[in-house]
Design a protein around this ligand. Structure first.
Ligand SMILES: Nc1ncnc2c1ncn2[C@@H]1O[C@H](COP(=O)(O)OP(=O)(O)OP(=O)(O)O)[C@@H](O)[C@H]1O
Length: 603
């Protein structure tokens, strides 16, 4: 891949990036503060510590001035020891207080970060499927990890510094104005410029960090895609192609970083230059005033020390500003997630859905994933409780969509879905979803042991129940033959198991949940005859005494269904039993003949 156009190189950036929230630094600090445990007690402690620190820092130049203007001219030898001890004592106290301050703030900051990450995770779990359709895993992971880490950096090192620096700056500036306003005025001339430069650079730095973080999200997306698809990459020997794609993302991230570093590298020297102009002003104006006999040398020395006290917050601030801006950009990305409101939530007056007894009804349902691309149109269908309803039809006809609407992963734009007359939007999600179990072709298993994966169906189940479900799912024997039995690790997504084994674990999990309604989405595709036989048996057990919805491409598996619904282009084309549909000689018969040409020949 020699730098040419790389297919699939669209970034697929998460749409939540599209509308950056207007999070100001102040809002960020405020919200972080709200997450601090016992914030007022903490604030009192921190403010007391800071005031003490400022007071001590402030007293050292006082002692210096006193030494130069009083002790030296009047040769007060006795005072020297006290002055030495005073300065040393102050320095020791300063070290101790700084340690305390930094430790307390960092500890509290870590707790705030813990809280943010937990709330983000909790919030993400409640978001609609629509959100996950549109946003990429890598980017979300990058927000939960990288962006939260950036905030951590703000709290642990910088926020404290900004606050202490501001207090020190104000205290010193007021005191300097008080002891010599002319000299202070000369010195403060440079500050409005610094303020202006800080604002201009601040904005640019934040924007540059946003691109850095967003391109880090792209790198993370790329990694997530390729590492989880490693089997595909290696089987197609597309390693070089993938390396080129990764290099492209990585390069974009580097360019964004370099741009950001350039801005930050320019900012600090400009602030230093301003600081030095202030120093020149104090030296020239101060020396002139001493020569005129208006100021003492001690005053100038003390002033220079204060100047250092005044300038060090400014210098620190210019350093910290990039961390603050970086955190502000991270905070915006975090807020975008926290501000995304799920649409599928319980209504205030939501009731508990009673166990299904009669039927599920789809009434004039219209649904589209994307506006203008209808998937279901005016769909009417009824599925009787305790029966098996099979959904068949061409690929893309909307079979899986029907089940996604039933479990409320999405809500229809028009029409309603009811269970025994209850609109599913009027009942709690928990009571609705607790009645459903899904076994699909894309089996989702978590990294962990077999036991952990089965027990996911009912987290407080006893071992006997787990084993009972595994037996019913024809999984017990193969589990027992593994060296660690139920405690065997199955690897990420269950990579250490065969397709059929994974499916049986998923069936055991569903059996343990014991749902009233079971959805089987192409559950037996791509299996050999023997596994299929075992799985069919397990599935039959799973379907006993439940309302079952089976999506199957292979018509052999659904011939005994109580009702077969043939869908085409989001609507019901035919319905009936296998025999009825064959007799009516319609779309079902067509599909059937395609799958069983030998039977067609006989008829
Ligand atoms: N998450 C989604 N976002 C946007 N469009 C989607 C999404 N899921 C499905 N679609 C589209 O909706 C239509 C119906 O898809 P659905 O998965 O319900 O079909 P299906 O009948 O189950 O197909 P198959 O038998 O191939 O699984 C298809 O055109 C598909 O491209």
């Amino acid at each position: 891949m020699s730098g040419g156009h790389i297919p699939f190189s669209h970034k697929g950036r998460s749409p939540i990036n599209a509308a950056p929230s207007k999070g100001s630094i102040w809002i960020m600090l405020q919200q972080m503060f709200n997450r601090v445990p016992s914030k007022w007690k903490f604030s009192f402690l921190i403010i007391s510590l800071m005031l003490l620190i400022s007071l001590i820092e402030f007293s050292i130049p006082q002692l210096t001035q006193y030494t130069i203007d009083e002790v030296i001219p009047k040769k007060k030898y006795d005072s020297l020891i006290w002055i030495g001890a005073g300065i040393l004592g102050a320095a020791l106290l300063l070290a101790l207080l700084n340690y305390l301050n930094s430790y307390v703030v960092s500890k509290v900051g870590q707790k705030a970060i813990l809280d943010i990450r937990n709330s983000m995770y909790d919030h993400i779990q409640r978001l609609d499927m629509k959100f996950f359709d549109k946003n990429r895993t890598g980017d979300l992971m990058s927000r939960l990890t990288n962006d939260v880490n950036l905030l951590q950096q703000l709290i642990s090192s910088s926020m404290l510094q900004v606050v202490t620096d501001t207090v020190t700056f104000l205290a010193v500036a007021v005191y300097m104005l008080f002891i010599n306003w002319q000299l202070t005025a000369v010195l403060l001339v440079t500050f409005p410029f610094m303020f202006y430069i800080t604002r201009v650079f601040g904005k640019r730095i934040r924007l540059s960090f946003r691109s850095v973080q967003s391109s880090a999200g792209d790198v993370s997306n790329q990694l997530q895609d390729s590492i989880s698809g490693m089997r595909l990459i290696q089987s197609f020997t597309n390693e070089e192609f993938e390396s080129a794609r990764f290099a492209e993302r990585n390069h974009e991230n580097m360019v964004a970083n370099i741009k950001s570093v350039r801005l930050r590298s320019m900012f600090s020297p400009i602030i230093d230059l301003m600081n030095n102009i202030g120093l020149v002003a104090v030296i020239v104006f101060g020396a002139w005033q001493v020569m005129e006999g208006k100021f003492t040398i001690g005053l100038i020395v003390a002033f220079l020390a204060y100047l250092r006290l005044l300038q060090s917050p400014v210098r620190n601030f210019s350093r910290v500003i990039s961390i603050v801006q970086q955190s502000a950009a991270a905070f915006e990305r975090i807020t975008e997630i926290l501000d995304t409101k799920p649409e599928i939530i319980d209504k205030a007056a939501a009731t508990e859905l009673p166990s299904i007894k009669e039927k599920i009804d789809f009434q004039l349902v219209d649904f589209a994933y994307d506006q203008g691309v209808p998937v279901l149109c005016n769909l009417n269908l009824t599925m009787k409780a305790g029966q098996v309803t099979a959904l068949v039809g061409s690929s893309g006809a909307g079979k899986s969509t029907i089940t996604s609407l039933l479990i409320r992963f999405y809500d229809p734009q028009q029409g309603r879905i009811t269970m025994d007359g209850h609109d599913i939007r009027d009942v709690t999600l928990k009571s609705l979803r607790s009645q459903m179990g899904i076994v699909s072709q894309d089996i989702i298993l978590f990294n962990g042991t077999i036991r952990e994966n089965i027990v996911y169906g009912m987290l407080d189940a006893y071992d006997e129940k787990i084993i009972e479900s595994a037996k019913a799912a024809h999984a017990h024997d193969f589990i027992r033959s593994l060296p660690d039995g139920y405690d065997s690790q199955i690897g990420e997504r269950g990579v250490k198991l065969s397709g059929g084994q994974k499916q049986r674990i998923a069936i055991a999990r569903a059996l343990l949940k014991n749902p009233r309604i079971i959805i089987l989405d192409e559950a037996t595709a791509a299996l050999d005859t023997e596994s299929e036989h075992l799985i069919q048996e397990a599935l039959s057990r799973l379907m006993i005494n439940r309302t079952s919805i089976v999506i199957a491409h292979r018509l052999s598996t659904i011939q005994k269904a109580d009702q077969i619904i043939v869908l085409e282009k989001g609507n019901v084309q035919e319905k009936g039993t296998h025999e009825q549909l064959l007799r009516s000689n319609g779309r079902y018969k067509q599909l059937h003949d395609l799958q069983f040409p030998q039977l067609k020949a006989k008829t």
